[in-house]
Design a protein around this ligand. Structure first.
Ligand SMILES: [Zn+2]
Length: 398
């Protein structure tokens, strides 16, 4: 399949949303207000470096329209009166986020260097957004996916195996799926395995969205992207990369995932999977044969999770305290395991009152886990002891 396949223009009366759809693209190469260096494709460059030095991954893998400015590689200038999120805070600089686009709503850090780094890790619309005269669809963003700093951090993790864990609602699942798409678009031939505990959870949280997202990627210039719904629900990319999905509800399921090598294994809500899955499946992150043939040397694993669940202790031992039982895990290597804590404040896509509105009513322990990502609190260690309820009087026993 050619890498630079471009979908035919849609039928019907369509036209660009507006002539200035690439107005942000016109900022290409314009000086940034920040002096901080940024890293692109392994190279450290100045934010105001010429575009041809920055060389984003898509510049060499898709066909750009010579009549259109390419998608932006740095963030637009900070507006005079930005719409600021009242709760979310950038994990890189501690500053606030502002809404850079309304349709769809997208958020950038108010610090230019951070915003530039978000943009460098985005999946752009290669072809301009279109609108149908008969619909109200209006897309003013040049990005299909604009990652949050949290999403960039896991993709850039220096560890072979990384736990991204913390509060509920910190954009772990959605962000990880799209960062996985980005890996597939960037790296021909790779194999990504995306896992949940059950088929039902996989459907509700991931595979239900994948057909539409495949369509979006294809429509906006990222080559052929096809969703398959056979035994394996998967996204197949025109460059030979593939994102396959799987589930692992019990120990018997684990062996099904030990027969192949992967470039990236993503285990979502990892605490709910059997402990054997947490310890054994990541051992297959050794680079797939297809990617190895193209020069890949190794694979990675991302665990995403809130605290709580059957494998919480093992995950904590492996990734947070890095102190699992030597008898049980004699070959454990702390150097390849790392932990990125996530908080609600990482996610400006949540309503400002999310914590009070959506998490109220939880027990103290569960609230500590889901609001603050507290891995030291175990549900079950808190309960109100009432002797009239919890003490049984057994006849004949003094
Ligand atoms: Zn920032």
């Amino acid at each position: 399949m050619p890498l630079n396949y471009r979908p035919p223009p849609p039928t019907g009366t369509r036209k660009p949303v507006r002539e200035s759809i690439w107005s942000i693209g016109a900022e290409l190469g314009s000086p940034s207000t920040s002096n901080a260096d940024i890293e692109v494709n392994g190279r450290v460059v100045r934010p105001d470096a010429p575009v041809d030095l920055i060389d984003p991954w898509w510049a060499t893998t898709v066909r750009l329209d010579p009549d259109q400015p390419p998608p932006p590689v740095i963030a637009p200038p900070i507006p005079a009166n930005p719409l600021i999120h009242g709760v979310a805070k950038c994990r890189w600089c501690g500053g606030p986020f502002y809404r850079v686009h309304a349709q769809p709503p997208q958020w950038l850090c108010l610090t230019q260097a951070c915003a530039d780094r978000q943009v460098l890790n985005a999946i752009p619309r290669i072809v301009p957004a279109l609108y149908d005269d008969e619909s109200t669809l209006s897309l003013d963003s040049p990005w299909l996916f604009l990652p949050l700093p949290l999403n960039v951090d896991i993709a850039d993790s220096p560890f072979k195996r990384t736990l991204l864990a913390g509060a509920a609602g910190s954009s772990k699942s959605f962000g990880a799926r799209w960062m996985a798409y980005r890996e597939c678009l960037k790296r021909p031939g790779i194999r990504v395995l995306l896992m949940r505990q059950t088929y039902d959870e996989l459907a509700k949280n991931h595979t239900n969205f994948m057909p539409a997202e495949a369509q979006q990627l294809q429509t906006f210039g990222h080559g052929t992207v096809r969703f398959t719904s056979g035994n394996y629900k998967a996204l197949l990319f025109g460059n030979g990369a593939a994102l396959l999905t799987g589930y692992c509800a019990n120990d018997a399921d684990v062996s099904k995932h030990l027969g192949a090598d992967w470039d990236l294994i993503i285990i979502e809500e990892a605490v709910n999977l059997p402990t054997k899955a947490i310890t054994d499946i990541p051992t297959r992150d050794r680079a797939s044969p297809t990617a190895r043939a193209l020069g890949a040397m190794d694979g990675k694993t991302w665990l995403l999770s809130n605290p709580g669940g059957q494998s919480m202790l093992t995950i904590s031992d492996f990734y947070i305290t890095k102190n699992p039982s030597v008898e049980d895990y004699p070959s454990y290597d702390p150097e390849i395991h790392g932990y990125i804590p996530a908080t609600l404040e990482d996610n400006p896509y949540l309503a400002e009152d999310f914590a009070t509105k959506n998490l109220s009513g939880l027990s103290a322990a569960r609230y500590a886990q889901l609001r603050h990502g507290d891995w030291t609190v175990f549900t079950g260690q808190f309960f109100d002891f009432d002797p009239t309820v919890h003490v049984a009087v057994i006849p004949g026993v003094a």
